[in-house]
Design a binder for this molecule. Sequence first.
Ligand code: NAP
Length: 284
Amino acid sequence: MRRILVTGATGATGGAVLQALAGRDVTVRAMQRKAGETALASADETAVADFDDRAALTAALADVDAAYLVTPSSEQAAQRQIRFLDAARAAGVGQVAILSQLAATADSPVRFLRWHAEVERYAAEHGPAHTILRPNLFLQGTLAFAGLIRATGGFGAPIGDATVSAVDVRDIGDAAAAVLTSDGHQGRTYDLTGPAAITHARLAEAISAATGRPVHFADVSPDEFAAQLRGALPDWQVDGLLEDYAHYRRGEAAAVSSAVPDLTGHPARSVDEFASAYADAFRA
Ligand SMILES: NC(=O)c1ccc[n+]([C@@H]2O[C@H](COP(=O)([O-])OP(=O)(O)OC[C@H]3O[C@@H](n4cnc5c(N)ncnc54)[C@H](OP(=O)(O)O)[C@@H]3O)[C@@H](O)[C@H]2O)c1
């Protein structure tokens, strides 16, 4: 039976991959950074490994046929993913689904997109066999505004009325499960988006309908947005988010792809489905 290693198993997309693999005819090994972390009930096996520990990665990859690779956004992201790819190639892993981001290019003004492009290039040049998954903005990322929405009935971001084809993380999990359990995806790159490009005002409308409370969206300047975040996040992350939002505002993340329905056999989840599934988090 195919053994699949899922990294980032306690995180957003890794958790969605675990959910999507549950019940399939595969052996799922969840990789955790620390022993005794959150119980990963749906995994058949667990391995404890830090991306900074090559020997632990090698042990986690023993007898693995396919792997899902995600690291948190950080200045070490590319280095960590490249270390994992080296260990996977040495271990003879036949397929790695690499989580990247829509529009990753080496010369992007968005640092996160440059970091992802570096990993994509490394994988193309050195292997192992892999599939690139390039999701757009996560709908679940807007849960970061939930506290503000509960407290003030609104949220702000420097995006104006630009649209983004934001994707539900559950669809990333389903798409990753498809490329890890079926053949013909190696060497391919899939853009993972929602079913439509939406404004943040439309997102506010969906949350409002799902919670039964008014929720307003305000376009704010990059400086105001940064002021909300500084202190809570490190400077590199605040600056990276400003670059991300400038990219969204330029309309560069509005294209809709058919990859989610093509890979999963179901339509991509809409903003309304997202808002009703997470209504409790947004409700005061
Ligand atoms: N947010 C968006 O809108 C968006 C859009 C497109 C692409 N992306 C990309 O998505 C990725 C983040 O994915 P995510 O949201 O699923 O991540 P996440 O929720 O932040 O989860 C990160 C996972 O990595 C684990 N981890 C952290 N440091 C580790 C280490 N040193 N060694 C081993 N494991 C470690 C964490 O484990 P612990 O529980 O131990 O911390 C956690 O399970 C980034 O590459 C980002 O660029 C994000």
